[in-house]
Design a protein around this ligand. Structure first.
Ligand code: HEM
Length: 437
């Protein structure tokens, strides 16, 4: 039931100290959410990042939030993130503008566009895997970080070997400012990130201008977006295109680094899953890059990927601001508060996933209830690059499964560090070699 005003109580929970609320314990205590969920149940209130917030866990809560985007809820980001992403970023846009821009950007992630990305993605993947083979032993996380950056830069804007250029440092410095205090003094993380944002935008602008002079705009994301139109025939301006490209580079890089790292880790930890996934690959020609049709037939690989993204979702959840008071499950959700939806906790719901801590791809043999598996969010703000991400994870997995074996090196800390995205503390140290048979 919903209403513009409400006499229902707000959910149980504590608002903590004035102004600071519970922010300090939220940031310091890794069990903050678990403890409150145990004490109050799947919907509770707290006070974090300067405003009262409601944490809502589970498929029904997700459905309520995703279905009421722009009606009761609107996306919200900390000031530093908003400023560094820029006013024309899809992630910060809302309402009709968001809808129309999303329609344009989505054209770069249609099946036909994705199929066009396969050969180049496969080339970069093979180059990297061969490099890792030569290294023999390696710390995989930083390598996968370079790999996903090179893939993103090549596929999105056509830059070769981006990790070898200034772009990489600018991008890292820019990323480091996204979730910091927005203090504009010389030398702060935020100021350095702002400077790097300008350098990145200048470089992206140059790439756009050069591309506009070419007869064929190309079939990478930029090429597609230069030709894309909304329903009224409008194209994206250069100013907007720059912010959107930067957003895509960001959204696609950090998350995929975490996802591919977790994939490699889980397969090393579960040899029987790895063997089953390898056996599936034997049905396909190992020399040629897989086609879209081949990928659809790799149902076991799909389940493994789903299970990896269930147990280690790269994004933990999302914030929304309540723009109109509403009611959910007998509680009032007051205007002006935040709502924090929970991806990881949704994925550990025992009612949907018995023994949720077990890693068991076969649990996806049957479909799961809507909004119970949400690594990519849901509704009108669902991840725009979802299929791009799934493609990249699968292409890397296929190359590794078909031709390589890897093992975890001893004496390493595999505890997960959660911020900014999950990864093993020691960066996943492995030995990797080509398979002999
Ligand atoms: C495994 C990899 C990825 C994961 C887990 C992931 C996850 C997510 C999630 C959870 C959201 C929704 C956030 C919210 O509800 O507030 C989101 C949004 C978004 N993602 Fe991804 N993402 C991934 C890869 C990518 C890639 C590769 C791209 C682009 C190349 C991308 C582009 C975006 C964009 C543009 C949005 C904002 C959509 C909107 O607000 O309309 N993501 N992603």
């Amino acid at each position: 039931m919903t209403a513009t005003s409400s006499t229902l109580p707000t959910p149980p929970g504590q608002l903590g100290l004035p102004w600071i609320g519970e922010t300090v314990s939220f940031l310091r205590d890794p069990d903050f959410m678990d403890k409150r969920q145990q004490q109050y149940g799947p919907i509770f209130k707290t006070h974090i990042f300067g405003s009262p917030a409601i944490v809502a866990i589970g498929p029904e809560a997700n459905r309520f939030l995703f279905a009421n985007e722009n009606k009761y809820f609107v996306v919200t980001w900390p000031y530093s993130t908003r400023t560094l992403l820029g006013p024309a970023s899809l992630s910060t846009q809302a309402g009709d503008v968001h809808k129309s821009r999303r329609k344009i950007l989505a054209q770069a992630f249609q099946p036909r566009a994705l199929a066009g990305y396969i050969p180049e993605m496969t080339n970069i993947t093979r180059r990297y895997v061969e490099k890792w083979e030569k290294m023999g032993t390696l710390t995989w996380y930083p390598e996968l970080r370079q790999y996903t950056f090179d893939v993103a830069c090549k596929l999105l804007v056509g830059i070769d070997g981006a990790t070898e250029t200034d772009l990489r440092d600018w991008f890292e410095t820019w990323c480091n400012g996204l979730f910091t205090l927005p203090i504009r003094l010389p030398g702060t993380k935020f100021t350095r990130a702002l400077n790097c944002r300008q350098k990145l935008l200048d470089r992206i602008e140059k790439i756009i201008r050069d591309r506009q002079k070419q007869a064929d705009p190309g079939n990478d994301t930029l090429g597609i977006l230069l030709q894309a139109r909304d329903d009224d025939g409008n194209t994206l301006s250069v100013v907007e295109l720059k912010d959107q490209i930067l957003t895509l580079l960001f959204a696609g890089h950090e998350t995929l680094t975490s996802a591919t790292t977790s994939f490699c880790l889980k397969l090393a930890q579960y040899p029987e899953v790895l063997e089953k996934a390898r056996t599936e690959q034997q049905q396909f020609d190992s020399e040629t890059p897989p086609t879209f049709e081949d990928l659809k037939q790799m149902t076991y690989l799909d389940r493994v990927m789903k299970e990896v993204l269930r147990v280690v979702p790269p994004v933990g959840g999302g914030f929304r601001e309540v723009i109109q008071t509403c009611e959910f499950n007998g509680y009032q959700i007051p205007k002006g508060w935040s709502v924090f939806y929970q991806i990881g906790r949704t994925h550990f719901d025992e009612a949907v996933y018995p023994q949720p801590r077990d890693f068991d791809p076969d649990r996806f043999e049957e479909d799961k209830p809507t909004f119970s598996h949400i690594p990519f969010g849901g509704g009108m703000r669902e991840c725009l690059g979802k299929e791009f991400a799934r493609l990249e994870i699968k292409l890397l997995a296929i190359e590794l499964l078909r031709n390589y074996e890897w093992e975890l090196l001893p004496s390493q800390d595999l505890e997960m560090e959660m911020i900014p995205t999950p990864r093993p503390r020691d960066g996943l140290r492995v030995g990797l070699r080509r398979r002999s048979d």
